[in-house]
Structure formats: C-alpha cells, structure tokens
Design a protein around this ligand. Sequence first.
Ligand code: FAD
Length: 415
Amino acid sequence: MKTHFQILVVGGGTAGIMTAARFLRIDPHLDLGIIEPSETHYYQPAWTLVGAGTYRFDKTARPMEDVIPKRAIWIRDYVIGFQPDSYSLSTKSGNSYTYHYLIVAPGLAYDFDLVPGLKEAMNKADVCSIYTNPEHCWEAIRNFKGGTALFTQPTTPIKCGGAPQKIMYLAESYWRKSGVRNKTKVVFATPGSVIFGIPEIRKTLLNVVDRKDINLRFGHELRKIDSVNQIAWFEPGKHLREYNHKDLNIAKEGSLIGIKYDYLHTAPPSVAPRFIRESSLVNASKWLDVDHHSLQHRKYANIFGLGDVAGLPTAKTGAAIRKQVPVVVDNIFRLIRNGHQRIKSYNGYSSCPLVTDYGKMVLAEFDYDNNFTPDPKLKQLLISDSSKEHWRLWLLKKYGLPYLYWNKMLKGKDV
Ligand SMILES: Cc1cc2nc3c(=O)[nH]c(=O)nc-3n(C[C@H](O)[C@H](O)[C@H](O)COP(=O)(O)OP(=O)(O)OC[C@H]3O[C@@H](n4cnc5c(N)ncnc54)[C@H](O)[C@@H]3O)c2cc1C
C-alpha cells in the first residue's frame, strides 16, 4: 500500500477535486493522492433550484470515481488527525500517510446542537432546508396552505450566505401561482443588519423585497426551535430593525422573541469538521488557519487550505474556490520548483448567484472589501449590469454554471 505522496489532498469536494485536477493538468507526473470517503460528489449550488422544483436532484450527483482525476490515487477513508510536525496524518481505518505538501479541503460540518430543537424539526412536513434535503424542501413548499412563511439563517458562517433568501424569492413566486400567496405573510428574519453587504446588489434586492411584499426582520439571532408549537425563538441582536412591517403572532420568553410559523426554512449552523476543530491547524474561531492571500497555513509552510473549511473573511462558495485553486496550485509549484512563493494572491473574490424569481437572477461578485467586481466576461453574454435582474443570468445559473462545473472546473481547466 502506498503511504507517501508528494501532494496529498484531504477531501474530494469542489475544492479538493478542482485543485487536484489543476495540479495534474499542469504536471501529469505529480505523485498525488486524494483522501475522500464518499462515493458521490454533489454540485450543491443547484440544490436551491431543486428546492424550488426547477432542477432534478439526481442531476446534482455524480459517482466520485468519475470526478477523481485519472492520475490521482483515491484513498477511500476518513482523515481523523494530523501530525504536521512529522508531515503525516492518520485515518479512520488505522493507516498513516505522509506528504511533502498537504491540501486541506474537507468542507464544513453542520452542528444542529447550536440551535436546540432544530434537528428534531428538520424532518417535519412544515420545516425544511435546501442545505440538508432539497427534495423535502420542494415538497414542503408545494404543500404549504398559507399562514406565516418564515425564512431564517443561523449566526454562524454558512455555505453561500445568499441561499436562504434565494429559496424565499422562489417559494414566494410559487405560492403566487399555487394561489396561497394572498393568505401568506412572507418573513425573512436574519441576524444581519442588511439584506446584502454590497450596496449595488442591496438596492436591487430591496426592490425585489418591495415587489414581493416581504417583511424583513434584522438583528434576529436564531436560538431554538419549538417545532411542536411551531415557534422559532430569536435573541434580539444589536441590529434589531424591521422593514415593511407585518403583524405577526409574536411570543416572548425572557429576552427571546418567538415568531409563530406555519412554514419554516433555515440553514443549519455550520462549523469546521470535528477532526479539523480538534487539530492544531485552526485559528481562534476554530476554522483552518490560513493566510488570507496566499492560502498557506500560518504555522506549517507545507500545508495549504481552501474551500469552506478555510478561515477566510469572505463568503463560502464554489465561486470563491474557483479563484482560490490557482493561488494554491501556483504557490505550491513555486515551493516545489525553486522555493519562491506567494506570487499569486487571493483577493477574497466570491460570488452569489441570487435568483430572485423563476427566470430572473442577479449576480453578486465581490472581494474582501465588499467591492462589487463583475466579471468582464459577462459582456460576452450580453449582460451589461449584473447587479440588475436578468433572464440571461438565470440561464447561466440553471444551465451554464452546471455545465462549466462538471466539464471545465472539475477538470482543472480555466473558466
Ligand atoms: C444549498 C446550497 C447552495 C449553494 N449555492 C451556491 C452557489 O449558488 N454558488 C456557489 O458558488 N456556491 C454555492 N454553494 C456552496 C458550495 O457548494 C460550497 O462552497 C462548495 O461545495 C465547498 O466546497 P468544499 O470542497 O470546500 O466542500 P465540499 O464540496 O462540501 O466537499 C468536502 C469533501 O470533503 C469530504 N470530507 C469530509 N470529511 C472528511 C474527512 N474526515 N476525510 C476526508 N474527506 C472528508 C466530504 O466527503 C466532501 O466530499 C451552495 C451550497 C449549498 C449547500
């Protein structure tokens, strides 16, 4: 059994596969292993569309063996611990592997215990999440008969921070068609202070919120769910504020505010996986401690990290990974070849394709400083202003991006 690799990748998700594929595209003779336990690879960005009944779930999944680069060695195992001083790690099946360079990309984990009652609530007919079961979500949206439809998100970082509002915009549209919208109050309760951090995008989204008559409740920190009495309990945060007031059925318990719901959508509280949190590789917030620009570990020079696990002050998306991969690959090649490094620098780029309706989308692209940074290639798609809703952007989300993901990005090609 081979136990030493020049490059070892932890995780065969978006970040792990894209990085491995790019390495091997540049140098097919690299000695590269990927440790990944799952037999299936998912294109998670389409789960929002699955949750709204406009994309098939089976189209978001492919066998892992089809996406692992042919020249990589796939180790079907779980990493359980790191010994970075001896350049090694250990796995669940009792093996140890050593490496020259390590890439840590196991994504994030859900910690339902951070919101008591949430786990029990998730399988109910009136509670759902595109993050955990998008098909159940579509069922819950279809079966909704009116009342208060509450959309919320936790206080932790989550994958694609815009997704909880995307599904709200689509559900609201569906309820117009299904005839229950006129007996429904749509509410978005968020711990944040604004609907979106980029001013250009915020302006458009507020128009969408007005058009859809949605009640926004800011500074709402989700604390627990009482799924028997259908109440979501929030701690009022410092951003407590309301936009487009609606009278709701409100409960009180000490400092907590309870919103009575008839339908609830939420994203699970998210943390780095336990084997990362319990390792010496994390920062004070327990995310992987990498330099924000080089993506090199701050303590161990031969370790790099990217994707959802990385402690980076930007949105956790596949789009961000697309820009992180060349930085990691280039910096490691420089270390391998001549010892120089940190030539390529990651600027925090991330993007959020905000679907605002069936057939409409806004594309938020931004950097660490929350500058709006639209891709110049959008002009080739005849999209002059991606901060505005556009049907071509919807086509990009539904057809263009999945195609590019499976056929270009996962093969290490530039997009
Ligand atoms: C509902 C939803 C909507 C989204 N929308 C968008 C969007 O519109 N645009 C966008 O760009 N992004 C979107 N994202 C986010 C995007 O999917 C993630 O940011 C991306 O998949 C993260 O990639 P990753 O490789 O870091 O983690 P993942 O893709 O989650 O992969 C992590 C891999 O690590 C493996 N692993 C875990 N533990 C271990 C272990 N112990 N040992 C070895 N391997 C391990 C897992 O099996 C998994 O295969 C969305 C996500 C969701 C859930």
